[in-house]
Write a protein that binds this ligand. Structure first.
Ligand code: SAH
Ligand code: SF4
Ligand code: F3S
Length: 519
């Protein structure tokens, strides 16, 4: 299918069938009723079917619309969405907030005031899931006090069969569960949950479509997220994302460019292009000749001061992208390039599809084209059977590349992924100790990198008051370093020069030079 044919004007996909049984309200069912219900009517989400990658075409829909009768459904009512996941998850929250706002709901941060609370969940590690189940437990008493409160669970956890079953069986006070592919169905789902007596469950395991014109209620008016693609086809053996987010599908360049142009016109200063594997952008287009480099090249020409992108996968990071990024301008030279491990053997069983050497070659190429580039990364320690030597290879790689920051994690087995079936002989204490040793190296490198900025002038996009002190302003440099300094509130939203007075491990203190905007 070519790009033109992708722009299908047909109507947005509707549910294949009613996925909730109708014989007796779910909330009144006994354990036997449940057993029968599961055997007969209920269609759970399935990681197995989510895994299949068919050759179905990707259709792009431009006809999202909230029916008139659902538009006033939230009048006089308030919503609260808690977000547990990555940037993509955060951005989904902005879309859901947009939909609820268009339905008449108002946002609140006070859960006592809320008429609808949604938990936008993350399934990446076990502790992310535990947090959500903890919160579900807390919400039970709130629901008891306020029976009309509508409670919903969405995001990546709702794509997992085990999670949906656990909620159906143990947390029947939840009113609504919907998946990452069902966000555009929110108006209908809310209506069903409000007026039906049953728990509403709608989770599509597979999705190949893109819905373009969803409303968005963005958090703030300085920095914005822009999806460039959805899903992931990489299937790293430890990772749940390809199952919870479906297959890789790219938005059309013109839709992305139009969104970035609009954001620029609205005065946004920074956009972050989002995808789980942004370097695979365009690989699902029929002719496969347009990639992330080409897209960035066009965005480079748009009058918006800062453009970032995340997350890169080393395997698909190509020369064209490096050449485009080397032009600089609004394309910033901070690259987040998750490596996961410094051992080629571990990388192999992670199915990352590159070796230590290939990764280092890529870093070399980036540094040659962009001598000032800074690199940050993601690392997993304690992958099944990781040896001390293999872990040390991670430490030496971290030093060799000179990462200035890293998100580091202890491996967490995810049900349904290949790695979860691997036997593991590394005790948890050893994993914890490795994480500490790795963090010590990362902290040291971050602090060293920060030190270099002392007495230098950096350009800071002022984002608002510092979290810890309302008298202090906070913002980030083009290399994404957090800077705290005193200045008038009137410069919030501007990029200003700041002299760095003191370097800390993860942030810089500074003083404003003058309240003039730089570009
Ligand atoms: N798409 C991105 C990152 C997605 S998840 C990429 O490919 O890099 C963010 C990070 O979570 C990953 O980079 C990885 O370091 C970590 N992660 C993913 N699955 C994990 C698991 N099962 N256990 C521990 N960390 C995990
Ligand atoms: Fe997960 Fe790998 Fe896809 Fe990243 S590239 S989302 S780690 S499967
Ligand atoms: Fe979590 Fe889903 Fe993002 S699993 S990291 S919220 S894609």
């Amino acid at each position: 299918m070519n790009e033109q044919q992708r722009k299908e004007m047909g109507s947005i996909q509707q549910p294949e069938q009613d996925k909730t049984a109708k014989d007796k309200p779910l909330k009144e069912k006994t354990t036997e009723d449940f057993a029968k219900y599961f055997e007969t009517t209920y269609q759970p989400p399935s990681l197995k079917s989510a895994k299949k990658r068919g050759k179905e075409d990707v259709s792009v829909h431009y006809d999202f619309e909230i029916p008139e009768d659902l538009k006033g459904l939230g009048n006089g009512k308030k919503f609260l969405i808690r977000t547990y996941g990555c940037q993509m998850n955060e951005h989904d929250t902005e879309v859901m907030a947009g939909i609820l706002t268009d339905m008449g709901y108002e946002s609140t941060s006070d859960q006592k005031e809320a008429d609808i609370i949604l938990l936008n969940t993350c399934a990446i590690r076990e502790n992310a899931e535990n947090k959500v189940f903890g919160e579900i437990g807390h919400l039970k008493s709130l629901k008891r006090e306020k029976p009309d409160l509508l409670l919903g669970v969405c995001g990546c956890m709702s794509q997992e069969e085990s999670v949906v079953n656990r909620i159906l069986q143990k947390h029947q006070f939840i009113d609504l569960i919907f998946g990452t592919h069902n966000i555009h169905r929110l108006p209908y789902l809310v209506k069903e949950a409000l007026f039906g007596k049953e728990m509403v469950v709608e989770v599509w395991s597979k999705e190949g479509d893109i819905v373009e014109n969803l409303p968005r209620e963005r958090k703030g008016n300085i920095k914005a997220w822009v999806n460039i693609m959805y899903g992931c086809d990489k299937f790293c053996t430890y990772c749940i994302v390809p199952y919870t987010r479906g297959k890789e599908r790219s938005r059309l360049p013109e839709d992305i460019i139009q969104e970035v142009r609009q954001l620029a016109a609205q005065g946004y200063k920074e956009v972050t292009l989002l995808g789980q594997n942004v370097n695979a952008y365009g690989k699902d287009f029929e002719d496969m000749t347009y990639g992330l480099g080409d897209l960035m090249n066009e965005i480079h020409k748009i009058d918006i001061p800062r453009v970032r992108f995340t997350t890169s996968h080393p395997r698909d990071f190509d020369d064209r992208l490096i050449e485009v990024l080397a032009q600089g301008g609004n394309l910033l030279d901070h690259i987040h390039l998750p490596v996961q491990s410094g051992s080629s053997d571990v990388l192999k069983i992670m199915a990352r599809k590159y070796t230590r050497e290939r990764y280092l070659e890529l870093v070399d190429k980036i540094r040659t084209a962009m001598p000032n580039a800074t690199l940050t990364t993601d690392i997993i320690v304690g992958f099944p059977n990781e040896t001390e030597e293999q872990f040390q290879e991670t430490l030496t790689l971290v030093e060799e590349v000179g990462f200035e920051g890293a998100y580091t994690f202890i491996y967490s087995p995810r049900e349904g992924t290949p790695a979860a079936k691997m036997q593991d002989n590394v005790p948890m204490e050893v994993k914890k100790e490795r994480l500490q040793r790795l963090n010590a190296v990362i902290n040291h490198q971050s602090a060293q990198a920060m030190k270099k900025y002392e007495d230098e002038i950096v350009h800071v996009l002022v984002e608002g008051e510092s979290k810890n002190n309302p008298d202090v302003l906070a913002g980030h440099t083009d290399k994404n370093k957090l800077v705290n300094f005193r200045g008038p509130k009137s410069i919030i939203g501007q990029i200003v020069p700041v002299r760095v007075t003191k370097a800390k491990t993860w942030s810089l203190d500074g003083e404003m030079i003058e309240a003039v905007e730089v570009k």
